[in-house]
Write a protein that binds this ligand. Structure first.
Ligand SMILES: C[S@@+](CC[C@H](N)C(=O)[O-])C[C@H]1O[C@@H](n2cnc3c(N)ncnc32)[C@H](O)[C@@H]1O
Length: 238
């Protein structure tokens, strides 16, 4: 696939800062065709080491709040400065997705790449914690590490090469996510589909030199991607 915006970042930056399948490619495919205008105020929720936040601020012209629980906002700010972004364009902060420190209806849009399944599996999460922060008419875009078909009752051995049943419980199929979201009032599902870049996003991740990427290799080499996908979700707040 063609990723002109992703390719403005050196490959070494992706290899050093990814925390899962290439977040730049997932983010670019997710935003492809979306109508979020330049200048929009966007929450990058679970932004990790800031790759997607930098992409959105620099290449899409959004004002980005990069909110993450595990990463150091100071380290992320140095990275943002290094790629030419200032604190007028991007705001890193440490925050828990279940206690976000923002005013109601603050954001024009929310983008969440490879992190929604950490907190969004609770069907109350969307309506209680996230939706109130988005303006009416605002867009929410999620890229979720998923399963082609839920198989938790009979897990294929290739998946168990790298992950425990408890870890695999973070992954679900599109029907499961549709049911999870449909129980929330005040939001419309615009689109859900399997993302096209899954295989290459995983290949980029497995090329990273960190213990998590190394740990994921055994499952993928045993055939895990026959069972896994990435689910794109587009929602509109009513
Ligand atoms: C697999 S990493 C993905 C990070 C980044 N989006 C990327 O693709 O490189 C998952 C991220 O979810 C974040 N996360 C998990 N639980 C969270 C929570 N309750 N609130 C905010 N962030 C959370 C972690 O801090 C971590 O950075």
């Amino acid at each position: 696939m063609n990723f002109p915006k992703t390719n403005t970042f050196p490959k070494t930056t992706m290899l050093e800062r990814s925390m899962g399948p290439n977040p730049l490619k997932l983010c670019e495919e997710l935003l492809d065709g979306s109508k979020i205008p330049r200048g929009s105020v966007v929450l990058d929720l679970g932004s990790g080491a800031g790759l997607t936040s930098a992409l959105m601020a620099r290449e899409y012209g959004f004002v980005v709040y990069a909110a993450d629980l595990w990463s150091d906002p100071g380290d992320n700010m140095r990275f943002f400065e290094g790629v030419g972004l200032s604190n007028r364009q991007i705001v890193p902060l440490k925050a828990d997705a279940t206690a976000l420190p923002f005013a109601s209806s603050f954001f024009d849009a929310v983008v969440c790449v490879d992190s929604y399944n950490y907190f969004g599996r609770d069907p109350e999460y969307l309506g209680e914690h996230l939706l109130p922060l988005v303006k009416p008419g605002g867009t929410l875009l999620f890229s979720i590490a998923g399963m082609k078909h839920d198989c938790h009752d009979n897990l294929p051995t290739c998946l168990l090469e790298s992950w425990t049943p408890e870890q695999l419980d973070y992954m679900h199929d599109m029907d499961w996510w549709r049911r999870n979201i449909e129980c929330t009032q005040g939001v419309e599902i615009i689109d859900m589909h399997e993302m096209a870049c899954t295989a290459e996003a995983w290949a980029d991740w497995l090329a990273c030199d960190n213990e998590y990427a190394r740990g994921d290799r055994a499952a993928v080499e045993a055939g895990a991607l026959d069972y896994l996908n990435t689910i794109a979700v587009e929602l509109r707040k009513l």
